[in-house]
Design a protein around this ligand. Structure first.
Ligand SMILES: [Zn+2]
Length: 220
């Protein structure tokens, strides 16, 4: 059954593009928008566009931020030499929810997937190598805000790199690739302990399971 308005149908069509939203839910959402006060609809539309126009990637870790650097990279008490490598910004939130991690992150922006044609060059791998090896130099306007940065903007090399990819084929492929790539730089490389649901997504793991996987991480 379709709405008798092409305009409403166009909105339904847009909603079905969102993850986990089927046609029925999309229709329910469209019906809800129809009833919303105009100002609220404008606010919603503006929030959507702002996400594309204003959000950028932290120039150190690649996490989403409205500034040059994110709040984790500029935090005075985070250990800048322990880097947890994740696929997406949502994974950072998952680790932050555990409250057990005091290091920093590196967001790759996905995982290596030959099937989907995603290779290392499509991810923030080069940036990771620069960080781990100590070759990263911060942009001038950001230097004063990162406690670990030297006066010339150089960051110290990593002491530990935690590979925290999703427990699926793409995640394993990515972790294996990064292990070989990063080994020569001398940092300790670790992976999350098993026990996370295989084939699942880190961001859906409960805090206790994720905290345990982090605590039990193993050298590779
Ligand atoms: Zn950052």
């Amino acid at each position: 059954m379709a709405f008798t308005s092409e305009t409403v149908e166009a909105l339904v069509e847009q909603f079905t593009k969102l993850p986990t939203v089927g046609r029925k839910t999309a229709q329910r959402l469209a019906a809800f928008v129809l009833k919303m006060p105009r100002e609220e609809v404008v606010e919603l539309a503006r929030a959507l566009v702002n996400v594309k126009d204003k959000v950028r990637h932290c120039s150190v870790c690649g996490n989403v931020t409205d500034e040059v650097l994110c709040g984790i990279c500029t935090h005075s008490r985070r250990d800048a030499r322990t880097i947890c490598v994740v696929e997406e910004p949502n994974d950072v939130m998952a680790f932050e929810r555990t409250g057990e991690y005091g290091g920093v992150y590196h967001v790759l922006g996905g995982a290596i997937s030959p099937l989907e044609g995603i290779g290392p060059d499509d991810l923030r791998v080069r940036e990771l190598v620069a960080r781990v090896s100590g070759a990263l130099v911060l942009p001038e306007e950001a230097r004063a805000r990162v406690p670990a940065a030297g006066d010339d903007g150089t960051m110290p090399p990593a002491r530990e790199v935690i590979l925290a990819m999703n427990p699926n084929v793409e995640g394993d492929t990515t972790a294996h690739y990064l292990t070989l790539l990063l080994k020569p730089f001398g940092a300790q490389i670790t992976r999350l302990a098993r026990g996370l649901p295989i084939g699942g997504d880190l961001e859906y793991a409960d805090e206790a399971t994720l905290a345990r996987a982090l605590e039990g991480r193993m050298k590779v």
